[in-house]
Write a protein that binds this ligand. Structure first.
Ligand SMILES: [Zn+2]
Length: 411
């Protein structure tokens, strides 16, 4: 689609979803009412600026006030197919007929074609990604899905070999775990396995890891970006030069302070609007920073591209594919009066994320091993990830230090 036609197409869809959501989703009606607007006031993408941005934390608060969905869904609960639960918790409606286009476009651009056999190693329970988004998109492309879920690395290797799977869906670090396990089992990744394409998401993909995995398996790996709430917001084509915006979303890059749209090449927060009638999120703030380019792509797609994800607006970070919020770190510390100061440090060793909970103890008594183990258990309960406790001397953690210190680099 030429750019002008594309914008008209998006604006037609925008007007339609605003009309629909205003009538059927109370949260969207409240959003317009709060700034004294009616649906007719939103005609162009630029008009979105007049609306406040909804953040993930707003969703949590609104859902508490008006369970289960905070007034964001526009169909009665009994007409849904599933309810998903994302960390927060955030409840998400699963529609009867999943019709999101973005992830399927992402897989097609990566090279997935009818007849491909894919292992889907994303987690199938609670969250919507593996089951709703990836599984349905593979089905749409007429690819065969092996719903392996995450973990069971040795079994995954057997499955890849025995079923001659051609495609991988999962996180890059999990693909690396599979590679290491297969080598440990004495397999030749190129000869004994048949992987040709990989669709990776939910984690940063350092170029060194991509080329390492592509060489090892003799495969092509393309990454996508999106959120569990709103779906796919960007995907790489074969040219590997940024992430194309799918056709069923509007993506704005905004100044996080003012909410005003920024022009191409200027970094800001990714804010997205979906046309989903079941879950019409309008101006959803992802908290991720990026910039858009409108430079033509040799692949022929005319959609703008997110150049790369530059980090987070707040201190929230993603570790091993899961969001970790400063509030969770505070929650852990609040359970132990023995803790004086604390900081969660995220590092990366051989392409795997590691979390260290640094603690300055209160008083002079040295903290015991039992306490350390207890805190590590609490980390696992609250964040759902393993982390190590490291006791440090008083004064080590600087005044005004960030609650979460992300020391990872992504070369
Ligand atoms: Zn392209």
């Amino acid at each position: 689609m030429p750019r002008r036609i594309r914008i008209e197409y998006l604006q037609t869809n925008l007007k339609r979803i605003i009309q629909h959501a205003y009538r059927h989703a109370p949260a969207i009606k409240n959003k317009l009412d709060s700034v004294g607007l009616k649906p007719k006031d939103i005609q162009k993408i630029k008009d979105l600026e007049k609306l406040p941005i909804t953040k993930k934390t707003d969703l949590i608060d609104l859902q508490k006030k008006d369970p289960p969905f905070g007034g964001f869904t526009s169909v009665p609960v009994h007409e849904l197919r599933r309810i998903y639960v994302s960390p927060g918790p955030i409840y998400e409606p699963g529609e009867m007929d999943y019709d999101e286009l973005g992830w399927a476009q992402a897989m097609f651009a990566a090279g997935f074609r009818p007849g491909d056999i894919a292992i889907n190693t994303f987690s199938y329970h609670m969250v919507p990604f593996a089951l709703n988004m990836v599984d349905n998109s593979l089905c749409r492309l007429k690819c065969l899905t092996i719903p392996t879920g995450v973990g069971n690395t040795e079994q995954q290797v057997h499955i890849l070999k025995n079923l001659k799977a051609t495609a991988f869906c999962g996180t890059p670090s999990f693909l690396l775990s599979i590679a290491e396990k297969a080598e440990e089992m004495g397999l030749n990744l190129k000869k004994d396995l048949n992987l040709q394409i990989g669709f990776v998401a939910a984690e940063m993909l350092p170029e060194s890891l991509r080329s390492n995995l592509e060489d090892k398996f003799g495969m092509i790996i393309r990454q996508s970006y999106g959120t569990a709430d709103i779906g796919c917001l960007g995907y790489e084509c074969r040219e590997k030069n940024g992430m194309h915006i799918p056709d069923d979303k509007i993506v704005e890059i905004v100044d996080p302070e003012t909410g005003k749209q920024l022009s191409f090449e200027r970094p800001g927060e990714i804010v997205a609007t979906t046309f989903s009638k079941v879950y019409p999120l309008i101006r959803f703030g992802t908290g991720d920073l990026s910039l858009l380019t409108g430079a033509p792509c040799p692949c022929g797609r005319t959609s703008p591209r997110l150049v790369k994800i530059l980090g987070r607006v707040d201190q929230t970070t993603k570790v091993r594919g899961l969001f970790v919020h400063p509030r969770q770190v505070d929650e852990i510390a609040s359970r132990y009066p023995q803790i004086s100061k604390y900081q969660l440090v995220v590092t990366r060793k051989q392409h795997k994320d590691e979390m260290t909970f640094r603690i300055e103890p209160k008083g002079d008594a040295p903290p015991g091993e039992r306490l350390t183990e207890k805190i590590e258990r609490t980390i696992r309960d609250v964040i759902e990830l393993r982390g190590n406790v490291q006791w440090v001397d008083p004064g080590t953690i600087p005044e005004g230090a960030r609650t979460i210190e992300d020391q990872r680099t992504w070369e």
